[in-house]
Design a protein around this ligand. Structure first.
Ligand SMILES: [Zn+2]
Length: 180
């Protein structure tokens, strides 16, 4: 089992990990999360993971997953970095066929595996994707785009020497003249 620098095996058979009661814990840098690259800004974020495998009383292969950390998402309004705190605690149950899930769905988050061996980092990335906000956006008062819009609006506030009605009156006069 080749260990990557993330402390996670590149690929592993989750059923055997459950048999053996294997536990994994460590840190992932934002740069390690390749599948999320397009959704993240910068490279500063890190998160701590814990993944504990075991067999439950019914013999299901399950894993308790905890993720805690902070990632930098891309704000969809100003495209700037938006620090986002991630806290996930879930229990995954692994199956090779959908029909095996049965009542497991009420206690666990079922994961159907197409292959026996999976990348544990892929599993973690999948859970992060599920936890992400649908649209990442700063609070209005913290967003650069909102500040810009506010600044523009202030710019358009009429000054004392503006006489919009004078202009309108001139326009009306012209109209009257034309219809004559
Ligand atoms: Zn923003």
């Amino acid at each position: 089992m080749a260990e990557q620098r993330t402390g996670l095996p590149a690929r592993a058979d989750v059923f055997r990990l459950a048999d053996a009661g294997r536990r994994f814990a460590g840190d992932l840098a934002q740069a390690d999360l390749g599948r999320l690259a397009g959704l993240l800004a910068g490279k500063e974020g890190t998160l701590a993971y814990r993944l504990d495998f075991h067999r439950d009383a019914e013999g299901r292969a399950v894993a308790r997953l905890r993720l805690d950390g902070q990632l930098d998402l891309v704000c969809q309004r100003c495209m700037g970095a938006m620090p986002w705190t991630l806290a996930v605690e879930t229990e995954l149950a692994f199956f090779t066929h959908e029909v095996e899930i049965g009542e497991a769905e009420t206690h666990y988050e079922p994961v159907i595996l197409e292959e026996e061996s999976v990348s544990l980092k892929d599993l973690i990335e999948e859970e992060i994707l599920l936890a992400l906000p649908q649209v990442a956006m700063h609070a209005a008062d913290a967003c650069e785009a909102s500040k810009l819009i506010e600044a523009l609006a202030e710019d358009e506030t009429p000054r004392e020497d503006d006489r919009p009605f004078a202009a309108l009156a001139a326009l009306k006069r012209k109209d009257t003249q034309n219809s004559d």
